[in-house]
Each structure stands twice: as C-alpha cells, then as structure tokens.
Design a protein around this ligand. Structure first.
Ligand code: COA
Length: 343
C-alpha cells in the first residue's frame, strides 16, 4: 500500500434557519435564560423543519466543503457521515448524501458514535487516505437532534440543536495527522441514550411514544463528570503521542456540549481563552456536527495559519471519547457558512 500524508483541503457547514432561543424555552418549560446561560453557556440553537431530513443539511455542508476544496463531487472516493439521527434506521445516510451529490457508486457509510462521531470519523478517514485506500474522503458530521429530544424534559431540551459540518480530507505530501486517541465504555449505556427504537426494548408502542421513551434520556451529572475527566485524559494521551506540549497547541477545538466542560479542559491545557474555539452560545450541542462547524467558522474567520497545531477533542454517548492532534496544512481559502436552502 502507498503511504501518504493527509490534509484537510476544504471545510464547510450549514445550520437550518429556525432558531430556538432561551426565551422560547422559558415559554415552553420551567427554566430561565439565566439558568441556561450560567449552567451551559447556551443562548440559542438551530432547528430544522420536519420536512428536512438530516441528509439535506448534510448535503449543503458537503457542497460548501467541496467548493472550499476547489474540487467537484466526482473527485471524491468515499463519503462518511457521522450521525445518530440518520434519515432511516438503514440504509446509511452517507449513501443518500452520495446520491444527492450526484456520485452514486462511490463507497459510503455512517459512523454511529454520538457526539464523538467527528473525532472517530477524522481518525478513520485519515487512516483510509494515509494507507492509500482512498485519495479523497468527504467526512460530514450531521445531526437533527431536535427529532429525538423530549421538549418536556428541561434537563435535555435546553442542550441540543441541529446542524452539519463537513471536511474534505485528501492525500498530501505533508502529514497533518499527528495522533489520535479514541475510547469507549458501554458498561452504562443508559447514562445517555434513547431507550426504544432499537432491538433491546422490543417494537415501539403507542405508549412508548406517549411517554416519550423514544427520546433522549441523560444522567447529566454523570455525563458531566465523565466528560471533564475524559477530555483531559484523551488530550494528554493524544498530545504525548504527537510529541506536542500543551503550550504548543495553537487552537483547542472541543465538542460544544457545555461551556463549563470546555472551560475545565481549557484550564487544564492552560489555554488562553482566545485560542479556544467556542460557538456554543449560537448552536448548543449539535453532537457530531459541533466540531466541524467550529472548525469551519474558524477557517472562515481567517484565523488558521499554516503549521498551527489544532487539538480536536470530544465525548458523547457510548459512553465514548476521543482526541486528534492535527497540524493545519495549506491554503484553505474559504469555508462557506450558510443559511442556504435546507432547513
Ligand atoms: N432549568 C432550570 N433548572 C434546571 C434545568 C433547567 N433547564 N435543568 C435542571 N434543572 C434543575 C435540576 O432539576 C436540579 O434541581 P434540584 O436541585 O431541585 O434537583 C438543579 O437544576 C441542578 O441540577 P443538576 O443536574 O445538578 O445541574 P447541573 O449543574 O449538573 O447542570 C446539565 C445540568 C445538564 C447542564 C449538566 O449536568 C451537563 O451539562 N451535563 C453534561 C451533559 C452533556 O454534555 N451531554 C451531552 C454529552 S455529548
């Protein structure tokens, strides 16, 4: 097999037009803007209309990333979608996105590892390119979490939003991939899960739907503790593997789940706030989409310079976690942030 380096050649994102603000949530639930802001850092999230499937918002993000890379869809060798809110239970949403991009026949598959999806996807896509299996892979994190949220449950309803972010990963002389650390522990899957709809709980009944057992349930305190611990652990391991000191990390791009979790990880890394990418106030937690959206906005703002070291770190249902150390390589001209058609 040919060995090559890998780089991100293009990046883009898309969020649907609809916005759910803290004021809206105040009208729906026993909560307050003050509580949500101080406990999570969130102010608003985007929500897709019910006629727009995940593949449609993924498609807009994908087209933006493809344009940013200066290529055409036909130049792609593989499509990967990280999502826990697929169009259908099967087939994979990536197959549908591939067809909508006009490249049926190109290999396509989904990664289902919740909010760790982009970190896992970046590791898998980079490995496929570095080992010469593919030259160019489109990786999309796309979620419509609004479809699986119980808007009667104030502990989860405030947290999640919809959106999509995408990157084109291609072979390169210089290698951006410095290291990866991934982990998962399914001993307590019910800390963050949807109970019915899979094979464990039997067919969904009308009562399940009435009692919202087909929506997300979360043990918030447990997930919070786990998140801080694993973000720090994964960060340490990835940096050590990459032989990079924390002070040499130029940008921390973390999963956007809770401002307090991000602050704890940043403090551990001794990262000054201006080098930590945070957009949680505008999007909430968009699961697998949160890191590529944050990356896309950072590129669009012209902040990334050739040679910058980025640490991507995330965690989520599984429970699962991961970190990737990445050296920014090249001349990515623009990422398109759009409120275009889908949503
Ligand atoms: N508005 C007002 N009060 C709320 C509330 C809301 N939206 N949600 C919960 N509360 C209440 C609780 O009922 C509890 O009341 P009590 O003390 O009377 O029982 C109180 O606030 C404190 O609850 P607690 O769960 O301890 O709050 P917290 O500081 O841990 O914050 C989370 C709750 C969910 C914001 C926080 O635990 C968290 O972010 N966890 C991680 C979640 C996560 O990242 N999930 C995604 C992983 S990818």
């Amino acid at each position: 097999m040919n060995q090559s380096g890998v780089r991100i050649a293009g990046v883009g994102h898309h969020v649907p037009k609809g916005i759910l603000t803290n004021a809206d949530l105040e009208r729906m639930l026993d909560t307050s803007d003050e509580w949500i802001t101080t406990r999570t850092g969130m102010k608003e999230r985007h929500v897709a209309t019910v006629d727009v499937p995940t593949s449609d918002i993924a498609l807009v993000a994908a087209r933006n990333a493809i344009a940013s890379a200066g290529i055409e869809a036909k130049d792609l060798d593989c499509v990967i979608v990280a999502t826990v809110t697929p169009d259908y239970q099967f087939p994979a949403t990536a197959c549908i996105v591939g067809a909508k991009l006009g490249i049926p026949g190109v290999p396509a598959f989904d990664i289902s590892i919740a909010c760790s999806g982009f970190i896992y996807g970046l590791t898998v896509a980079s490995s496929l390119v570095r080992t010469g299996v593919f030259k160019r892979v489109l990786l999309i994190g796309a979620e419509e979490l609004s479809r699986i949220i119980n808007y009667d449950d104030r502990s989860t309803a405030i947290l999640f939003g919809d959106g999509a972010g995408a990157v084109v990963i291609e072979s390169s002389e210089h290698d951006s991939f410095l290291s990866s650390e991934l982990g998962a522990d399914g001993s307590n899957p019910k800390n963050l899960y949807v109970e019915v709809g899979g094979t464990a709980a039997g067919p969904i009944s009308a009562e399940d739907i009435a009692t919202k057992r087909n929506k997300v349930v979360m043990n918030g305190r447990e997930v919070f503790r786990f998140a801080v611990t694993k973000m720090i652990e994964a960060t340490n391991i990835a940096l050590e593997r990459a032989n990079v000191a924390p002070r040499d990390v130029t940008w921390l791009i973390p999963h956007q789940a809770n401002r307090r979790i991000i602050d704890a990880a940043a403090k551990h890394l001794d990262m000054p706030p201006e080098r930590v990418v945070i957009n949680i106030d505008r999007y909430g937690n968009t699961s697998a989409a949160s890191i590529p959206i944050a990356l896309s906005e950072t590129v669009a703002a012209g902040k990334l310079k050739d040679g910058d070291v980025i640490l991507f770190v995330g965690f989520g249902g599984g429970l699962s976690w991961g970190a990737v150390a990445w050296r920014w390589n090249g001349d990515v001209k623009a990422a398109f942030s759009t409120n275009g058609k889908a949503g």
